[in-house]
Design a protein around this ligand. Structure first.
Ligand code: HXC
Length: 518
């Protein structure tokens, strides 16, 4: 072959590889409302930034006629590129090639980009669209998965890992996304389950559809496996790019501060009126969040799961901050098992990547009842306590209204190394609400009273209790609250606190790792 023929041959091979499983199968992706593996990469990365590895890799299986079936790239496209100019590694499973199923070679390609991401300290994005383990390859495929899982585990807390599920993700394959930081699913075109509907029916007799068993809705609202349910792949791709704005490249770097176009000293009178006169009346904590953050921009994490706690990222003076806020509009903002788990994972995610945390508190306590107790609310609540207590990032807390009992301690209190703890004048920081307190403390005094007398007496005592104990000044008296602030000034005070804390250093005692109550 002449030099030119060799070059022409390379071009031909590349063209062949670009076709994956062939035009018919690529068309069938589109017919299902899905993008192809290459289209996804091109949409996620900055234009023209993709550098591909291992385009000529093939599988090495010879069983079941596989020796006659070779497709360049073997079903996964891997490489690196940039998002907003920042380096990322990416792999995209190609359903048109053997159903995107994972062979030994396929796994090696993924491991290669993961290893490079670790060496260079850059995020990894994985696009999942696969029939799972390549059946023809047997245990080699299982081993391939385990190689990936191990890398997911070692990379956890070192580099951000994002998984998008844009098609099937079944069997043990689900554990790679589950080990990553962010899971995004496209609605109606993706599903995740350990065991599919057919086996479920055989083993348990339960008749359930793919969508109801493991669709995006179910994982976003019921299991909590998925953090973002995207309406379609376009939204999913936008979310991948958006999420990374809040993350540094790795755990040794700080998140990137951008130029802030929103005045940092913006005073918001509306906040002085936001807490209803009646302490049992709800309000939407999202209104508080949107009012105080830069340009009203808030990226909510796990929006559909445990709505009684809100988690997500925003910027203050251009600096990324993770926000955790009790939501009085849903179950009165009570802490239950799911809310505790959701917030604990979020706090640890922020802490791992040096993202400061703002906590907005309005919590009546932990949800009572046998369902919660038997479900392990003790352990799950402890997770949130553990997450806050071990976090060394700057932590600013603002108590808006209720902060009762154990939930007070858990929600980034001073004693869990809260750096700056502010309260609004409407704050009620106490062991329990006035009604419960009077029932306990005054039971003996009210024992012989008529119901009318008792009601009158209790009302007076509740008022006395509220005035004496359910306010921010008891905590402020002991320095547990650093200042009681006017709600209208919250944005400015929070920004100042984070600016002051920018050089904060805090460490945990040397240890192999803690034993978080899992
Ligand atoms: C090899 C596979 C495959 C697999 C699909 N294909 N899954 N090849 N190994 N796991 C092939 C099909 O034979 C077909 O090839 C092509 O991919 C497209 O598949 P279709 O079935 O035609 O597509 P569709 O109708 O859209 O159905 C998609 C599907 C189905 C629901 C994912 O393919 C399916 O159920 N696949 C098997 C899923 C599974 O059980 N995987 C193992 C899970 S256990 P042709 O040549 O006809 O186009 C597992 C263990 C991991 O993954 C353990 C890790 C610890």
């Amino acid at each position: 072959m002449s030099k030119q023929e060799k070059i022409n041959n390379l071009i031909k091979l590349r063209e062949k590889a670009m076709l994956g499983g062939g035009e018919k199968k690529l068309q069938s992706q589109h017919d299902k409302g899905k993008y192809t593996a290459r289209e996804r990469i091109n949409m996620i990365l900055d234009e023209g930034s993709f550098e591909e590895f291992d385009m000529f890799v093939e599988h090495r299986c010879t069983d079941f006629g596989m020796d006659k079936e070779h497709i360049l790239g073997d079903g996964v496209i891997t490489g690196h590129g940039t998002i907003d100019g920042r380096l990322v590694y990416i792999y995209s499973q190609d359903f048109t090639v053997f159903g995107g199923s994972l062979s030994e070679s396929f796994a090696r390609k993924i491991c290669k980009v993961m290893d490079m991401a670790m060496k260079t300290g850059a995020p990894v994005i994985g696009i999942n669209d696969s029939g799972g383990a390549r059946i023809q390859e047997g245990v080699n495929s299982l081993a391939g998965y385990a190689e990936i899982f191990e890398r997911n585990i070692l990379a956890s807390g070192v580099i951000p890992q994002i998984s998008a599920i844009f098609g099937p993700c079944a069997g043990g394959a689900v554990y790679s996304p589950a080990l990553t930081d962010i899971v995004i699913m496209s609605n109606k075109t993706s599903y995740m389950f350990v065991t599919g509907p057919k086996v479920t029916k055989t083993v348990t007799g339960e008749d359930i559809s793919v969508e109801d068993l493991g669709g995006a809705n179910v994982h976003a609202s019921k299991s909590g496996v998925c953090h973002f349910r995207a309406d379609d792949e376009d939204e999913g791709i936008m979310l991948i790019r958006k999420t990374l704005e809040y993350f540094p490249q790795n755990n040794l770097e700080e998140p990137i501060q951008t130029v802030c176009t929103d005045p940092i000293d913006r005073v918001e009178d509306v906040l002085n009126d936001i807490i209803p006169e009646n302490p049992n009346q709800p309000y939407d904590v999202m209104d508080v969040i949107h009012t105080i953050v830069d340009n009203q921009e808030f990226l909510e994490y796990s929006r559909r799961y445990a709505k009684n706690i809100v988690t997500g990222w925003a910027k203050f003076d251009g600096m990324p901050v993770g926000i955790v806020a009790n939501q009085p509009n849903y179950l009165a903002g009570v802490l239950d098992i799911n809310a505790s788990r959701k917030a604990a994972r979020f706090v640890r995610l922020c802490d791992a990547f040096n993202i400061p945390i703002l906590t907005l508190v309005d919590v009546p306590g932990f949800l009572p009842g046998s369902q919660q107790e038997h479900g392990g609310i003790i352990l799950h609540g402890a997770k949130l306590m553990f997450a806050y207590g071990e976090a060394t990032v700057p932590k600013v807390t603002v108590t808006l209204r209720k902060s009762y009992g154990g939930a007070h301690d858990v929600m980034s209190s001073k004693q869990l190394r809260g750096d700056i703890n502010y309260a609004w004048p409407t704050a009620e920081i106490a062991v329990m609400g006035s009604k419960g307190a009077v029932e306990v403390l005054e039971a003996r005094a009210m024992k012989d009273m008529s119901p009318e007398e008792a009601a009158k007496y209790a009302a007076a005592k509740e008022q006395e209790y509220n005035e004496k104990l359910a306010n921010p000044y008891q905590a402020a008296k002991y320095g547990f609250i650093d200042d009681v602030i006017e709600p209208r000034n919250t944005r400015f005070r929070v920004i100042r606190a984070f600016k002051m804390l920018a050089t904060k250093k805090d460490v945990n005692p040397p240890k192999k790792h803690g034993n978080i109550p899992l």
